[in-house]
Design a protein around this ligand. Structure first.
Ligand code: PGA
Length: 279
């Protein structure tokens, strides 16, 4: 957690050497009561379990403060992420409907998901706008979880590497800053989430070899930008469930997971955390 006037009691510094389990709640649930129930159930599952991974919860903007007050720091290394942020100003301004990076940081939010395929698809987010978002996140010292991944069509056309290389190119201008921040826990750091679009919410997953190959390619690309970025955590996302998490957790190329649907159920989310805590 960063220095924030509204620092939330439930957050601690993550341990970057540990695996990451990130819950992307997307636009779920409808009610604050249900969000409350979900966090309480996750706390209950984790109590006395001594789990060793970093757990990041990304509820909707509306539920962030509720979730922040409920997470129990005694149960796990919890962090909070926003699912989006304003691209055009990092602090304040006339941007109706937007939330800025510094507003998030002030609430004790430490991470932001940038470039999720649903934002690329439904909100036409291109590298140009994503670059602005990364700059805003860095101005507020938020950690960036950059999502990349190919569509089914790209996959069928064997264009996965080309598409991901193009998506990663948005980082080139930031590589030196992220590399400089690698040794400074108070600064904005980088994580990548590889999420094949065809695997999100579909129950289909790539083979472990396919994921490993893409993760290796991402690692090499980042290293070509700056050698220090070779250590960037690379997460897998797309239909991660309790019954496939152990396989992903077993790979030395997978530093964690970004979980959508299965993170909305405390039991399945706990089992995924459990799988990565054995890593
Ligand atoms: P899913 O979503 O786990 O429901 O497939 C993952 C994501 O979109 O991040």
């Amino acid at each position: 957690m960063r220095n924030s006037a509204n620092a939330t009691a439930g957050l601690q510094q993550p341990d970057w050497a540990n695996p990451w389990v990130v819950a992307n709640w997307k636009m779920n649930p409808v009610t604050t009561d249900d969000a409350t129930l979900l966090v309480k159930s996750i706390n209950d599952k984790l109590v006395n379990s001594n789990r060793t991974c970093n757990i990041v919860l990304a509820p909707s903007f509306l539920h962030l403060s509720t979730v922040a007050t409920l997470i129990n720091p005694d149960t796990a290394l919890f962090q909070l992420a926003a699912q989006n942020l304003c691209a055009y100003a990092s602090d304040t301004g006339a941007y109706t409907g937007e939330v800025s990076a510094k507003q998030l940081a002030d609430m004790g939010i430490s991470h932001v998901i940038i470039g999720h395929s649903e934002r690329r698809q439904y909100f036409n987010e291109s590298n140009d706008v994503l670059s602005k978002k990364i700059a805003c996140a860095m101005a507020a010292d938020l950690d960036v979880i950059l999502c990349v991944g190919e569509t089914a069509n790209d996959y069928d056309n064997q264009a996965t590497s080309a598409v991901i290389t193009e998506q990663l190119a948005v980082l080139k201008n930031f590589a030196a800053s992220f590399a400089f921040n690698v040794d400074d826990a108070t600064k904005s750091r980088l994580m990548i989430a590889y999420e094949p679009v065809w695997a999100i919410g579909t129950g289909k997953v790539p083979t472990l070899n396919e994921v490993n190959d893409v993760h290796r390619m991402i690692q090499e690309t980042l290293a070509s930008y700056h050698d220090k970025l070779q250590a960037t955590p690379i997460l897998y996302g797309g239909s991660v469930k309790a019954d496939n998490a152990t396989e992903f957790a077993g790979s030395p190329f997978i530093s964690g997971v970004l979980v959508g649907g299965a993170s909305l159920n405390a039991e399945s989310f706990y089992q995924i955390i459990d799988a990565f805590s054995q890593k």
